[in-house]
Design a protein around this ligand. Structure first.
Ligand SMILES: NC(=O)c1ccc[n+]([C@@H]2O[C@H](COP(=O)([O-])OP(=O)(O)OC[C@H]3O[C@@H](n4cnc5c(N)ncnc54)[C@H](O)[C@@H]3O)[C@@H](O)[C@H]2O)c1
Ligand SMILES: O=P(O)(O)OC[C@H]1O[C@H](O[C@H]2[C@H](O)[C@@H](O)[C@@H](O)O[C@@H]2CO)[C@H](O)[C@@H](O)[C@@H]1O
Ligand SMILES: [Mn+2]
Length: 440
């Protein structure tokens, strides 16, 4: 089996320890020669990098592990790029959430105006990353988690239409599959799902088991009769438990398919605003929780000199998914994952240029998505509106167009009112001067 050189972009991410751990537990399916962390923030990355040194020394000493802030070192001679950067960090996520809320509009990291603002920041750094990687490692696979993945995917498709080795992914569908498995006491690894939509905007239509039986009706009944909790409920903050609980509400109103949890923001924006604290949002919860814990625990591990028995890296869908996706591509395993790809006829009644999220077989030539066919009017209408928002966001960025930015926000189901959209946009422009192109 080939031994790969990989770089993790956003080495200082709170998710990096989990990915590093997943790399060490998947060595028999994804061979490693070298693992490099790269981050623009050297101080942040150093804490995780020192933890990584100990982890690899203990679990996989044969792998060359290193961390750097030098792009030339990071991106040269690489087989796989795992990307998870956050331009502007949590302080800007806090702005994305709080600014819209201050106008009575949904404040969320990847949805609505927050997702728009974050997308406008991510595009710049993601485009630069791809250019630099292509200069130094033209053949590398770029697997991207960076959010908002829907907007990032559309932007990268528009900047690099001929690049067949960029794959945008999200761990939420597989998290839902794991959660269904726990709910009905079934092995989720045997599930064969059918799923369609955009990123953070999709539905499971069927979940077949290994005998060909569709488990979706049983899953829906179980949720409607007893609620829904994430597979790792014991490790979740209350806001995530509330989010999963909303799946029951969505099924009561729209019982046809199993919804992605993120649809709650589009189907019930007023409820979500009225249940948000404009002074303490998810960014505050993450800074006080996951960020503090991950960095604190990495420092403790470094002080102790061992990562054995540590909790910083509980086995999570996020780490497993990106490593398994890489393994499936590298070794032509043709396993099925739900990933983000250009539509090109997969959903028959949506335009080709929509970046859809669907199940695909992943092999040496990348994703081979399974056909979905025609979708019904309700879903088509929702997706077309959301796609128009995403497309206008990318065009607003590329053209520096205030008009397109205003159109994007007005089209978004979480905003709707044009006057409100203008107020939110103007405040977001002010907060993002260091990151966005000028919009005229
Ligand atoms: N697609 C998914 O399902 C999924 C799941 C989880 C997290 N994410 C995304 O992963 C990313 C990381 O999330 P986090 O919560 O750990 O954030 P974080 O702020 O802890 O980590 C992001 C890191 O990226 C670094 N960074 C910023 N700009 C960079 C650049 N241009 N080049 C290299 N590094 C850069 C930062 O310094 C920081 O260390 C975010 O984009 C988040 O939305 C996506
Ligand atoms: O609010 P955050 O920063 O905790 O999470 C935002 C991310 O939420 C989803 O990711 C889940 C992930 O699916 C699951 O594996 C587990 O690790 O929890 C994460 C949330 O805590 C979502 O898919 C991502 O796109 C978001 O970045
Ligand atoms: Mn996601």
């Amino acid at each position: 089996m080939k031994k790969n050189n990989i770089v993790l972009v956003g080495g200082g991410s709170t998710w990096t320890p989990g990915i590093l751990k997943a790399l060490t537990t998947h060595l028999t399916s994804f061979g490693l020669n070298r693992v490099t962390l790269y981050d623009t923030d050297g101080q942040r990355q150093e804490v995780i990098g020192e933890f990584g040194k100990i982890l690899f020394q203990e679990e996989a000493p044969e792998v060359d592990f290193r961390y750097t802030t030098d792009k030339e070192v990071a991106y040269r001679d690489v087989d796989f790029v795992f990307c998870q950067m956050r331009t502007g960090g949590y302080p800007m996520r806090e702005q994305d959430e709080k600014i819209p809320l201050s106008f009575g509009v949904l404040g969320q990291e990847t949805c609505g105006p927050g997702g728009f603002a974050y997308g406008m920041r991510s595009i710049r750094d993601m485009v630069e990353m791809v250019k630099e990687v292509r200069r130094l490692s033209p053949e590398a696979w770029i697997l991207n988690y960076t959010n908002p993945a829907a907007i990032v995917a559309l932007a990268l498709d528009s900047y690099f239409p001929d690049d067949q080795r960029i794959l945008n992914i999200c761990d939420q569908p597989v998290n839902l599959l794991r959660s269904y498995g726990r709910l009905i006491e079934a092995d989720y690894t045997k599930f064969e799902p059918t799923y369609f939509g955009l990123n953070h905007f999709g539905w499971f239509t069927h979940i077949y088991d290994e005998n060909g039986q569709d488990l979706a009706p049983q899953i829906k009944d179980t949720i409607l009769n007893g609620g829904f909790r994430p597979v790792d409920a014991e490790q979740r903050d209350q806001s995530w438990l509330d989010t999963y609980a909303m799946v029951e509400d969505m099924l009561l109103d729209f019982p046809e398919y199993l919804p992605n949890t993120y649809l709650q923001y589009y189907l019930y924006p007023e409820y979500k605003v009225s249940h948000s604290n404009p002074d303490y949002t998810r960014a505050n919860e993450v800074m006080a929780g996951r960020e503090k814990n991950v960095f604190g625990e990495c420092r403790d591990i470094v002080a102790k000199g061992t990562a054995k028995d540590s909790h910083v890296v509980h086995n999570d869908a996020h780490g497993d998914m990106i490593v398994e996706v890489a393994a499936s591509i590298a070794n032509n395993l043709r396993q099925t994952y739900i990933v983000i790809v250009p539509n090109n006829g997969i959903v028959a009644n949506l335009p080709n240029d929509v970046m859809i999220e669907v199940a695909a077989s992943l092999g040496i030539n990348g994703p081979m998505p399974y056909a979905v066919g025609q979708i019904e009017t309700f879903y088509k209408g929702l997706i077309e509106g959301q796609h128009a928002f995403e497309k206008l966001t990318v065009e607003a960025y590329r053209e520096g167009s205030y008009t397109k930015a205003l159109q994007a926000l007005t089209l978004n189901r979480t905003v709707v009112d044009g006057k409100k959209a203008r107020k939110v946009l103007d405040a977001l422009i002010e907060a993002n001067r260091a990151y966005w192109p000028e919009l005229t």
